[in-house]
Ligand binder design. Structure first.
Ligand SMILES: [Zn+2]
Length: 427
């Protein structure tokens, strides 16, 4: 729910209006925070448009985990220090009691609402209203409808929107395999679409599973690899039920390519029945292949997370795979997904890295995103780790009770503060 107001289902016809946010969202946030985190305005001081003070700053890039102030000017971070002069700031945001991290990045969220049946609202369900400042849609758009995606989602969202183009250039009929028909493919168009839209498109998405590829089995994966190599970008491979075999998919991937849904339950994922990662996953890791969560409705199993920990198999990026079928559970939000990794036993700074620097590196954006380095864009997430009982459910409907939730309180997108946060119910 938006704090203390009703949870709005993903299928409601539009994002909450500004007025509605102010009535239901911001008010509740202010109440929840004891009105302590409100902005205070001062006469224009000059050095900082916005100063975030007194929070616990967690920044993996500089290995920072301590109380500090963050100074922002013209939409960019200009200083991080133990204490910055309040009198030099136009506005001050009191972050005492909160963690301050680079803006969260979700590399797997379906946000082409109204066109893709899976699509949820970019800002309200996947982006700034759940503390996420950058969202990438993996294959929710095809080459032929990318112009519409750019117009209606990229340009209209407050959240920074990126994506990976679907290797099928054309959208299949509803309920038909998305990549199971030759007539859907057009490599020339796909490659051209990537090359002409590198500001948004970070690579090529393929669905390497029988449900999506049908009789074409491994061929769409081969086409995605070819398109990524031609464009100097990365493949994002969704893994699932064979064919193609997970081993064959992994063997095709190279440095910088991404496996999403990496903590799927046996027999679909990268782990054997007894929890050992398959040999090809270790080899892929050594070659520089990267592993992304993609929780979703069917792709995160507690057992796989625990196998990864036991065998020290790394995770590079946390992502929700939020869509119409996962937004009201089991995923709910990005923060709730982070809470699941705290529950598994990952330390908070590591979970924050999975949410910030990790995904920034996967899309070659670490010079701009994923850190609090002076000069980078001022995308930040301010959150609390709430000590409370919370029911955490994996994609196989296994429910566990955690004792911490991760709740965004504000996020800052290119220097602009957004405080209307959606927090899912605890049970
Ligand atoms: Zn997905």
């Amino acid at each position: 729910m938006y704090q203390k107001s009703g949870f709005r289902p993903a299928t409601t016809p539009g994002p909450l209006s500004r007025r509605s946010f102010l009535q239901h969202g911001a008010t509740a946030v202010a109440l929840a925070a004891g009105a302590r985190h409100l902005l205070s305005a001062q006469p224009a001081g000059g050095d900082f448009d916005l100063l975030v003070t007194g929070g616990t700053v967690i920044d993996s890039y500089s290995d920072t985990n301590k109380t500090a102030d963050v100074g922002i000017k013209a939409g960019r971070i200009v200083a991080v220090a133990d204490r910055l002069d309040r009198s030099r700031a136009t506005r001050v945001l009191d972050a005492r009691g909160l963690y301050v991290s680079p803006g969260w990045i979700d590399l797997h969220a379906h946000i082409f609402r109204g066109v893709n049946p899976l699509g949820v609202d970019a800002d309200r369900d996947a982006g700034v209203n759940v503390g996420v400042t950058t969202v990438a849609d993996p294959g929710g758009f095809c080459s032929d409808d990318f112009p519409q995606f750019r117009r209606e989602v990229v340009e209209k969202s407050v959240t920074r929107v990126l994506g990976f183009v679907n290797v099928a250039a054309h959208r299949s009929k509803p309920d038909a395999p998305m990549q199971g028909d030759w007539s859907l493919f057009d490599q020339e168009l796909t490659i051209k679409t990537v090359l002409e839209n590198r500001d948004v498109i970070k690579g090529v998405k393929v669905l390497s599973s029988v449900r999506h590829a049908g009789n074409l089995t491994i061929t769409p994966t081969q086409l995605a690899v070819q398109a990524a190599r031609e464009t100097g970008t990365h493949v994002v491979a969704h893994i699932g039920m064979a064919p193609p075999l997970i081993q064959d998919v992994l063997n095709l991937l190279g440095p910088g390519d991404i496996v999403t849904h990496c903590f799927k339950g046996f027999p679909m994922g990268i782990f054997h029945r007894d929890g050992r990662p398959v040999a090809e996953a270790w080899k892929a890791l050594e070659r520089g292949v990267r592993f992304d969560l993609g929780h979703g409705q069917g792709s995160f199993a507690w057992a796989a997370g625990r196998s990864a920990l036991r065998h020290h198999f790394p995770l590079h990026s946390l992502s929700t795979d939020i869509h119409t079928g996962s937004v009201r559970g089991p995923v709910w939000t990005y923060g709730r997904t982070m809470a699941k990794f705290l529950h598994l036993g990952y330390p908070l700074p590591e979970v924050v890295k999975f949410a910030t620097l990790g995904p920034a590196r996967l899309i070659d954006e670490e010079k701009e995103l994923g850190s609090l380095s002076p000069g980078t864009v001022a995308d930040l997430t301010l959150f609390r780790v709430a000590e409370k009982k919370v029911v955490l459910t994996d994609s196989l409907n296994n429910r566990e009770t955690g004792d911490r939730d991760v709740e965004p309180v504000h996020c800052i997108r290119a220097g602009k503060v957004i405080s209307e946060m959606k927090i899912p119910p605890a049970a």
